[in-house]
Design a protein around this ligand. Structure first.
Ligand SMILES: Nc1ncnc2c1ncn2[C@@H]1O[C@H](COP(=O)(O)O)[C@@H](O)[C@H]1OP(=O)(O)O
Ligand SMILES: [Mg+2]
Ligand SMILES: [Mg+2]
Ligand SMILES: [Mg+2]
Length: 283
């Protein structure tokens, strides 16, 4: 896919800033877990949770993005804060020059965060242009958190950040091909259903990895631990997939809906997926 030439410098800047902004959100997420006051609330169901870490990380990300890129439309998972209401009013005026739509999931894998499966958690900042995912950042704040190191060895660095620009490059982790002769599928662990299981079975997997988070599962594809990510969770939204899709595509993978159609990321698109969706990584 080609990215309009006049968006490339801006896109590179947004991706670069988003790396720093996502790293900062990761620090907020770790600090709140350390304090132990998660402030959990149920949103649409008992499977749809929000914590103080989701809220605080989103506040930080949106404030920073708005300051740096006031003409972009920013859509975050955690409701519509006042600053964005103001932005929406402004967007009506500046829509002709508002090139980018930024989809923010301040904490992907909230269920796993509350259950202590901390390396399933990611911060996702996805950038769309012309309705397509064109750039993305995935920050994994707890990468290496269980790495004990050995005596005399320095503990491995906590956290990692992956970025990608479609038609450009991917950075932050080595891209590894998955093993030949197997079909390892990764899918949801906390939002399973018969539809999810049917979709997984349709791929005839040799192994199924049930883990949390859309960002985390795309990382498994990138590091060659899985061949295919099947997500048939109706709760998955555009902020869950914009950043992972851009990075996956930058690395040579593909993400489509169940019929093979591209997933739209316009500012006005429905946040929720309609029907089932399928993500494939043919690296
Ligand atoms: N039924 C659901 N309700 C709320 N969020 C969901 C649901 N299904 C999926 N999600 C979101 O999609 C992500 C990927 O799904 P899963 O982890 O089940 O594979 C979840 O981490 C969650 O994002 P978030 O944690 O940001 O709310
Ligand atoms: Mg959520
Ligand atoms: Mg999410
Ligand atoms: Mg989230």
């Amino acid at each position: 896919m080609s990215v309009a030439a006049n968006t490339i410098p801006l896109l590179s800047r947004v991706v670069g800033y988003s790396v720093a902004i996502a790293n900062n959100a990761g620090r907020i997420i770790r600090d709140i877990m350390k304090k132990g006051e998660l402030g959990i609330v149920e949103k649409e169901s008992a499977q749809d949770l929000q914590t103080e870490a989701d809220r605080a990380a989103q506040r930080s990300i949106i404030t920073s993005l708005q300051k740096c890129f006031p003409k972009s439309t920013i859509i975050g998972e955690c409701g519509v804060p006042l600053v964005v209401v103001v932005l929406v009013v402004v967007v009506v005026v500046v829509v002709a020059v508002a090139v980018l739509v930024i989809w923010v999931d301040p904490l992907d894998g909230t269920a796993e965060y509350t259950q202590g499966l901390l390396d399933h958690v990611t911060v996702l900042i996805g950038i769309a242009s012309g309705g397509k995912a064109v750039g993305g950042v995935i920050h994994q704040p707890y990468y290496n958190y269980q790495n004990p190191g050995t005596q005399g060895e320095v503990r491995a660095e906590l956290g990692r950040t992956i970025w990608g620009i479609v038609g450009g490059s991917v950075g932050g982790m080595p891209i590894v091909a998955p093993p030949e002769g197997k079909v390892i599928v990764t899918t949801t662990r906390s939002h399973s259903s018969s539809t999810v299981n049917d979709a997984v079975a349709a791929v005839s997997p040799t192994e199924v990895l049930r883990v949390g988070g859309a960002g985390h599962k795309v990382m498994l594809l990138l590091e060659g631990k899985a061949h295919v990510y099947v997500f048939a969770s109706p709760g998955c939204k555009k902020w869950d997939t914009c950043a992972p899709q851009a990075i996956l595509e930058a690395a040579g993978g593909v993400l489509t809906d169940i019929k093979g159609n591209p997933i739209p990321y316009h500012a006005t698109v429905a946040h929720r997926y309609v029907g089932r969706s399928l993500m494939l990584d043919p690296i």
